[in-house]
Design a protein around this ligand. Sequence first.
Ligand SMILES: [Zn+2]
Ligand SMILES: [Zn+2]
Ligand SMILES: [Zn+2]
Length: 145
Amino acid sequence: MDNNITRFEELLVKNGLKRTGARLQVLEILSGRDSATSQPYLEQVMGKVVDRVTLYRVLQAFEEKGIIHKVLDSHGTANYAICSDGCDAHQHHDEHVHFDCDNCHKIYCLESVKIPVPKVPSGFKVQHLNLIATGICSACTDKVN
Ligand SMILES: [Zn+2]
Ligand SMILES: [Zn+2]
Ligand SMILES: [Zn+2]
């Protein structure tokens, strides 16, 4: 726990962000889960601490700095997940498949499953790729069997 706080503080400092309770708490929530965290859930949990606008700004700053990435699920709801080390303020590298479980509705980052960059006509430049797979996650499969 204390180790985590230090790690999060370092992450904020490294990205030129001031250390605030709200920022630390959002990092703690997002990194403590094995799947992406939905914005409604964050609003619910953080609602006791900060207002919606503050939360929105925290998320926006984190996204800009390459700390978290946003995943829209099949309902268009925003979910947030911690980025891998490869992301920074200049470029995200989250071209991995996201898995939306039909049963538990968790969104997983399948970091090891990269999305192939499609060949686009000259003059076009791919900057963001998004691929969501839906189905049954391994935890739910285990439950069924
Ligand atoms: Zn990223
Ligand atoms: Zn599941
Ligand atoms: Zn992801």
